[in-house]
Ligand binder design. Sequence first.
Ligand code: ZN
Length: 136
Amino acid sequence: MADCIFCKIAKKEIPSDIVYEDKYTLGFLDIKPVSLGHTLVIPKTHAETLDKLNENTLGSLIAAVQKISKAINKISEGYNVIQNNKEVAGQVVHHAHFHIVPRKSGDGIHWERPNPKFSEKQLREIVDKIKQNLTN
Ligand SMILES: [Zn+2]
């Protein structure tokens, strides 16, 4: 997409601190890092969200995420892998991407997580809805 910042980064029209590259994917440092080494991993072809990626692209992307995660794991105490889809879920750039966030003790990063309770009926209904909407 012409006006997509991640497409421009993938085409090297905008410089980035690249940590990994293969034919289908690019890994580079987030310009607003949560921690030192916070890396974004993107497909080189545009897709807005994870569900829009074709299977081959997703396969390459997740393999790259694991490869970079292995490197980050060697230089940190742990790491988070985060993937947001659509604004309501915190997606800022509308080009599918994974975050890999290196972690260390006392880094102050805390993911807020509400813990709502649901009835048995609600749980059975949502299981059915998800199953009914699965497609190949
Ligand atoms: Zn894009």
